[in-house]
Design a protein around this ligand. Structure first.
Ligand code: SF4
Length: 64
């Protein structure tokens, strides 16, 4: 699975990182970065939770 954070939509709130710190990282950036690529299938549940909780709808699964 591959995941994309749209930097034009992301406001850097950190919700995704708090839900899935193995996958998303803010660091010093203004928007979240995906730090695992590809993402192992075992993370699907937390990825879907991060997608559901992102207030800007900035996270997408780009490849199953
Ligand atoms: S939850 Fe959404 S808006 Fe917030 S940092 Fe993550 S991708 Fe960006």
């Amino acid at each position: 699975m591959r995941v994309f954070v749209d930097p034009d939509l992301c406001m850097g709130c950190g919700v995704c990182e708090s839900i899935a710190p193995d996958i998303f990282e803010l660091g010093d950036e203004l928007h979240a970065k995906v730090i695992l690529d590809p993402i192992p299938e075992k993370y699907r549940y937390v990825v879907e939770e991060a997608i559901a909780e992102c207030p800007e709808v900035a996270i997408q699964i780009t490849e199953e």
